[in-house]
Design a protein around this ligand. Structure first.
Ligand SMILES: Cc1ncc(C[n+]2csc(CCOP(=O)(O)OP(=O)(O)O)c2C)c(N)n1
Ligand SMILES: [Mg+2]
Length: 259
């Protein structure tokens, strides 16, 4: 059965923004899971943070919530704790969860809250017109740092592994079919699922060419629960090659079960 998950809200992302590809992938992911009987539509909650990415909740005809900047993750944890039947997913930005909300995402991973976080990593504060976030590369030039950012970037995949996330993946927004599959796997995972989505900002930090050439897919047979392999993948220099796919998956009791 085809599900129409669109809304009447006008899509105001820049024409060509990969956020639209993430939106399509998620709609397809939900449609597939609902049609396969794996999740009921009324049990899906899709929250978002503040930033361009955050508009996604306006374009999804499911139960949604738009949080304060950096606060989507604890909001989702609260929703899941109040009603564990819900399938709770959040859309966050690199600024949202690795700058303002860094403390929240790390602790949600540590406690293995049974939620899913999709990180729209465009390596920039896009909505506020192009300042450096924690994931911007050293030397990144923006309005507030015309001579280039002086800090080393953080690596979201590595941080999530260190903090104990039980599902960690990376996918490029440009590959809608693969992103959909990974979203479905993340939403079906029991425990904290984190997906870094490479989402070049075509207006303030256009990295499309780099990622088009650098992305490659991991061989799935190595991944299951192999933390040494996952750390090796996470530490790879993404200036050269960008490994994508499910990097790590394991099982642990969830925060909600333990509470
Ligand atoms: C506490 C707080 N600090 C700063 C802001 C201003 N602000 C709004 S959106 C935004 C940028 C968001 O960047 P990111 O999370 O990477 O999302 P993107 O726009 O790149 O999708 C900022 C800094 C705010 N709304 N609240
Ligand atoms: Mg951003």
């Amino acid at each position: 059965m085809s599900l129409d998950l669109s809304t009447e809200a006008e899509v105001t992302w820049c024409p060509g923004c990969p956020n639209s590809q993430i939106l399509v992938a998620f709609r397809q992911a939900v449609e597939g899971l609902v049609n396969d009987g794996k999740v009921e539509l009324h049990n899906i909650v899709a929250g978002s943070g503040v930033g361009c990415h955050g508009k996604i909740s306006d374009y999804l005809d499911v139960s949604t919530f738009n949080s304060l900047h950096g606060r989507i993750v604890p909001t989702l944890t609260g929703i899941k704790l109040a009603n564990p039947k819900l399938n709770v997913v959040g859309f966050s930005g690199d600024g949202d969860s690795f700058s303002e909300g860094f403390n929240h995402i790390t602790h949600a991973a540590r406690s293995n809250s049974n939620i899913t976080v999709f990180l729209h990593n465009n390596q920039v504060f896009a909505l506020t017109t192009g300042q450096a976030t924690t994931t911007s590369p050293k030397g990144f030039k923006g309005g507030t740092m015309p001579d280039g950012s002086i800090n080393e970037p953080v690596n979201p995949v590595l941080i999530m592994l260190v903090m104990g996330a039980t599902f960690v993946a990376r996918t490029p927004a440009s590959d809608i079919a693969k992103t959909k599959e990974i979203m479905q796997a993340a939403m079906m995972h029991k425990g904290f699922a984190f997906v870094e989505i490479i989402q070049p900002c075509i207006t303030f930090f256009d990295t499309r060419e780099h990622f088009k050439n650098a992305v490659y897919w991991l061989d799935a047979k190595h991944r299951k629960g192999n933390i040494d392999y996952a750390f090796k993948v996470a530490r790879m220099n993404t200036d050269e090659k960008v490994p994508c796919g499910i990097i790590y998956q394991t099982e642990k009791p969830t925060f909600e079960e333990l509470v």
